[in-house]
Design a protein around this ligand. Sequence first.
Ligand code: GUN
Ligand code: ZN
Length: 427
Amino acid sequence: MDQLILGQTLSFAGDPFAEGPGAARHHARGGVLVRDGRIVAVGDGAALRAAHPDAAVTDMGARLLSAGFVDAHVHYPQTAIVASWGKRLIDWLNSYTFPEEMRFGDPAHAAAVAENYLDLALAHGTTTMCSYATIHPESVDAFFAAARARGLRALAGKTCMDRNAPEGLRDTAQSAYDDSRRLLEAWHGVDRLSYVITPRFSPTSTPEQLMVLGQLWREYPGCLMQTHLSEQTDEIDWVKGLYPQARDYLDTYEAQGLLAEGAVFGHAIHLTPRERARLRETGAALVHCPTSNTFIGSGLFDMAELKAEGQRIGLATDTGGGSSFSMLRTMAAAYEVGQLRGRALHPSELWWLATCGSAGALRLDDRIGNLAPGMEADIVAIDLASTPAIAQRAARANNLWEALFPTIMMGDDRAVAGVWIAGQRRG
Ligand code: GUN
Ligand code: ZN
């Protein structure tokens, strides 16, 4: 049966970084028609109602209907250590992250955290996420099983590390290849799930491990490959010492066949001109993780410059290095980082990054990240007056962007009034 969801609608006909806010499409009294888990039409609510009198109607009033948020880089195993105090990247990994990740060889622990993480993500309006697991294959099985049970379009991979990690949290080049390949064969393309080849980052992989993962990627070019790139200056110095032959950090991946379309690099803050040129030429994606970059003290991503030179960019929480599960809070942090870089990102640009941009970074923008005919019906309804502080500010708004910006800056899961996954109401 057809389903008609009524509310304000926000979608994109283009990239507002290139075309300005006019790239957005807004219906103040709009509607989204859903059939068999997909969007059939987006437009004026009354007209859709008249044309589809048999559709089951859900009226969300003045709430804003948008594509669900796409979190392009998250570590679900770090859910329970989010907001851990006082360390920078390498210390933070050793003090908080690795001890917690050690526990994911236990399938019951992995399942409990995966369920908890996905419930939190959905409550925050995130309908697709691309997660790192841990080195344990069980952690990938747990995540995909929980995502599948919720009908989610979700991506994840076994995190590979064969050096500079504690005993109990290291694989080998061969076992990383074998386990990744087995998991990929088991999960990639099952329902809405995608496997992502996942070396953690160059410091925790030997060149041999990166090489065999490059070989695996050549065997399965339809997969994405995700890793971290140039997050902190100490990390970059460490990489220089570990890879003396490499031209730069990106080259440690490039030399092993891990730079191509479908590569997704988290952080990518401190880039050289050569790295930027190669990222753009290859069509690899950069993922901005602003709450993480301020929380761990990593640096200020140069969104304006990188977008202007044509980089493919998504937005992400990076929990638990990131300090929030909310893509609203993440947009706010991207705004703040932009301000510190001298460029105020427009609400249309922030919203585009959290939906279309992240979907594009994951090469899924033909399926998710926008309200448009043919897209999968992963939809959120946003309350633009979810707290007294937001409501009193939004009451002064003269247009959509003024109404939306207080929710971007001050909103959280209380703003998420409805969530649909492939057309099914899930929150
Ligand atoms: N670099 C390598 N691993 C990680 C991680 O888990 N979080 C962050 N923020 N950076 C990393
Ligand atoms: Zn990360």
